[in-house]
Design a protein around this ligand. Structure first.
Ligand SMILES: CC(C)(COP(=O)(O)OP(=O)(O)OC[C@H]1O[C@@H](n2cnc3c(N)ncnc32)[C@H](O)[C@@H]1OP(=O)(O)O)[C@@H](O)C(=O)NCCC(=O)NCCS
Length: 274
């Protein structure tokens, strides 16, 4: 399985988006509400993909397209943009959160933006919950702001600041490091909870390298591709020791107790540390 990732949208992807965008579960939450025709769709993206104030990314789950994230009004002077998104109808739960986590890293870490804003109809509970879950703050409640299905509806404006995003990320790293120091040593199964923004494989590698000292290499089986955002429990069980080597069985379990990933790690350590 390939890791969840984003890639820039291309002209060839455009036809695939039309049925997603026109699907009732997407269209009713869009500010432009009419059913979009094929010509209108193509003409829109012909312009939009060449507009320097816009950027479009596809979310890929194991290389299958599962959603679209749009940045609009990208202003390099103000270091700001607004965003919009939708997932492919029928995509698995968690798709939105995974895709948008990567999109915020793209905006703040790679593109150097300082502020990303989003607006949602006040009745769009999934979008608002998703924004707030990612750490966005509500900055405005715009009463009777837009037409929607023949009535005027309220709109919620939300925003994320770069400092907040990166400090949340730092807070996660601090929690992971604290958990590592608690669980270092001993042969008993070890578990801890972290809010993992990103790859579970990276979490395991961090854990092993910090917990065991002079690790020179970690070979991971099966976990490589898994990503998750949320609270996870990492359970490591040492199953074999050799000279300068340790082997662990690894389970990664979500907050509901479901196993997200399972794997094995072979760790090569400097002599005397395994
Ligand atoms: C909004 C959207 C991107 C969310 O994607 P998703 O993959 O369903 O989201 P996730 O599964 O990652 O869930 C994110 C949060 O939304 C919540 N959520 C998802 N669907 C929900 C629904 N129908 N009602 C209420 N909350 C919902 C989840 O419970 C989760 O919250 P939690 O972590 O607090 O439990 C997707 O539903 C979509 O494309 N909607 C139509 C287009 C749209 O509204 N775009 C945004 C315009 S502002």
């Amino acid at each position: 399985m390939a890791p969840f990732r984003l890639r820039p949208l291309t002209d060839d992807d455009v036809p695939m988006l039309l049925p997603w965008r026109n699907h009732a579960d997407v269209r009713r939450f869009m500010f432009t509400q009419h059913e979009i025709g094929a010509d209108e769709h193509r003409a829109f993206f012909d312009r939009a993909l060449r507009d320097p104030t816009r950027a479009y990314y596809l979310g890929l789950d194991d290389e299958t397209p599962v959603g679209l994230v749009t940045f609009r009004d990208i202003d390099p002077v103000q270091e700001s943009a607004s965003w919009g998104f939708y997932t492919r109808p029928g995509s698995p739960p968690g798709t939105g959160r995974r895709m948008l986590t990567l999109a915020l890293d793209q905006a703040f870490v790679r593109d150097g933006l300082t502020k990303v804003s989003g607006e949602a109809f006040a009745f769009n509970r999934a979008s608002i919950r998703l924004h707030l879950g990612l750490g966005f703050s509500v900055e405005g409640f715009l009463r009777s702001h837009r037409q929607c299905g023949g009535r005027r509806v309220d709109v919620v404006r939300m925003a994320m600041l770069e400092g907040h995003w990166t400090s949340e990320h730092k807070a996660w790293l601090a929690r992971a490091s604290e958990a590592r120091s608690r669980s270092a040593g001993g042969d008993a199964p070890r578990s801890y909870r972290v809010d993992a923004h990103g790859g579970l494989a990276q979490l395991v590698v961090n854990h092993l390298t910090a917990g065991m000292g002079s690790v020179t290499s970690v070979h991971l089986d099966a976990l490589r591709a898994a990503t998750h955002v949320g609270t996870v429990e990492l359970v490591l069980r040492r199953v074999a020791n050799g000279a300068g080597q340790a082997t662990f069985d690894i389970d990664i379990v979500d907050a509901d107790g479901a196993t997200l990933a399972r794997g094995r790690a072979d760790v090569i350590v400097a002599e005397g540390r395994a």
